[in-house]
Write a protein that binds this ligand. Sequence first.
Ligand SMILES: Cc1ncc(COP(=O)(O)O)c(C=O)c1O
Length: 393
Amino acid sequence: MTNQEFLSKHIVERKGTNCMKWDDLTSLYGKEDLLPMWIADTEFSTCDAIVNALHTRVSHGAFGYSVLPKDYISAFSGWMDRHYGLTIEKEWLRLSAGCVGAIALLVNAITEPGDACVIMTPVYYPFHNVVKENGRKLVTCELIYEDGTFHIDYEAFEKAIVENDAKLFIQCSPHNPVGRVWTEDELKKVLSICRKHGVLVISDEIHQDIALWGNRFIPAFSVAEGAYRDIVIVVTSVSKTFNLPGLMHSHVLIPNAELRAKYDALTQRLHCFNTNVLGQVAARAGYLYGDEWHKAFISVIESNYNYMKDTIAARAPEITVCKLEGTFLPLLDLSKVVDPKRMHSFMVDQCGMAVDYGEQFGAGYEGFIRLNIATDPKILADAVERILKAIGK
Ligand SMILES: Cc1ncc(COP(=O)(O)O)c(C=O)c1O
């Protein structure tokens, strides 16, 4: 499928569909009439196979309590094997209505109140909240920002662990919002530091399938041929892959039986261990039949990013479009053209746009915004032109 074929078939109007991105802007941004470039879903309808599977399931008409489709694990494992050479074992898998909810449950299941949990900032803001709101101590370790891209500061990471006697590291891989697809070497260094200091790892791999330009996503379970599986728990889903977050269906993968027992004890006690039957049906269909759609989706993201980067480089080189290896959520460094203290009014009042602000991801990033580029190229062009016009370019 070419980009043009994908776009002409899959662009959908989301405004007026009770869509969080388009239809509830006043509650977050104080105005309704904004161009929404925030949150992490897309203006694309999902692949036909998923829609057809949902139609078939819905037309049955009965929506009683359900169990996973019998071939669900082989469909999921087949996708992971085809794309990443990883086999998923049935006993690792638990279901959750969302990755963030799963992280919150895990924090409660495998750490104690007051325990220090490390995150690498700037990072997806719910990581901060989940730690703080569950009575754990939040420890941030800054990524190094250099030449429009980000690197891990291993020394600072180890120091943060040791000084705080940290028990948990919440990893984002690929990393939202810095757009890195961590290499095996980077992951190995981080995991070996965690191993050395007895730190458990939750690896949020929800963006696993959004690796661009041949950057290879490495599952944490594959690092060093699986040597870290006993200390790592993965949360993931196909919600970013196929634009399905509203179906509330995610995976928690726990190879270590002791950690799994702790998670099970908590989820049994709270009675939250199942997901939506339609989410299960959709994910299965995507794993089995979604490759072509996914490939075209990746190509559209790459093309959108190239357009934005080239246009901004030509007309406003003072703006840095950060490097993007994965995710569809690049950071833009506007600090040379906008006073960071005025960033909100610049975006909302001057550009008429709803974006995610850098400061949501980490202190010191007030001069940055995060743009969601998994959208109609015309919408992206509108967004880019609004920013350029607002700075007089
Ligand atoms: C890193 C990361 N984790 C989790 C989520 C949300 O996951 P869920 O909707 O399954 O809670 C997002 C959404 O943007 C994300 O970027």
